[in-house]
Design a protein around this ligand. Structure first.
Ligand SMILES: Cc1cc2nc3c(=O)[nH]c(=O)nc-3n(C[C@H](O)[C@H](O)[C@H](O)COP(=O)(O)O)c2cc1C
Length: 183
């Protein structure tokens, strides 16, 4: 079976982002099912409706990359019990112009990590709420990863066997749903 085209969005613009590390590990873990590429969001201008008459190239690139994907994986931090501004900015740009929502009909999975025990639970919940209005299907499951030193090695492997098996199950479920919808 052909691999699914996966667009990966990391909701952080931090150089040493732990969510980017988790996303890289998920890409490696899901390599049998997904052909993944990372979507850049940290160079997008702040959304402003005034820019819509002459949309900056970076915002058009964002829409092209989302529209070309079979499925989208968002790996996001939590900022003040919400999603980071850089992620909301990307979501808004890709939802516009009115009637040209790039999220429509896409299968989206959501996860994230922070140092706290249920860190990202609130931001993921908020993200799901936003996507429910925009995307085709938001895959279920609760995947809150507590980030600890040594969880992910330099080659993007998840060291802990239990965590690796749990995340493999999450990716398998996501791939199964995305494949059915892509067909
Ligand atoms: C403005 C701000 C707000 C934060 N709020 C939360 C929060 O609500 N919950 C949480 O678990 N961590 C919070 N954190 C800590 C982040 O989890 C931590 O910075 C983490 O490294 C962010 O992920 P990243 O490395 O992928 O950017 C916050 C950090 C910042 C900078």
């Amino acid at each position: 079976m052909a691999k699914l085209k996966l667009a990966v969005i990391v909701g952080s613009n931090r150089r040493d982002s732990i969510n980017r590390k988790l996303a890289q590990a998920l890409v490696k873990l899901g390599a049998n099912a997904f052909d993944a590429s990372f979507v850049q969001i940290d160079d997008l201008p702040m959304f402003n409706q005034d820019l819509e008459s002459e949309r900056p190239e970076s915002t058009l690139r964002l829409k092209r990359e989302i529209e070309a994907a079979d499925a989208i994986l968002i790996v996001t931090p939590e900022h003040n019990r919400s999603i980071p501004a850089v992620l909301k900015n990307a979501i808004d740009w890709a939802s516009r112009p009115y009637g040209r929502n790039s999220w429509a009909n896409k299968t989206v999975a959501v996860t994230g990590t922070s140092a706290g025990v249920v860190g990202t639970a609130v931001s993921q919940q908020e993200l799901r709420m936003i996507l429910t209005n925009l995307a085709g299907v938001v895959v279920g499951g609760q995947v809150f990863i507590t980030f600890k030193d040594g969880l992910i090695d330099a080659e993007h492997n998840i060291a802990n066997e239990g965590t690796r098996a749990f995340l493999q199950g999450f990716l398998d479920q996501f791939a199964g749903i995305a494949a059915k919808l892509a067909a």
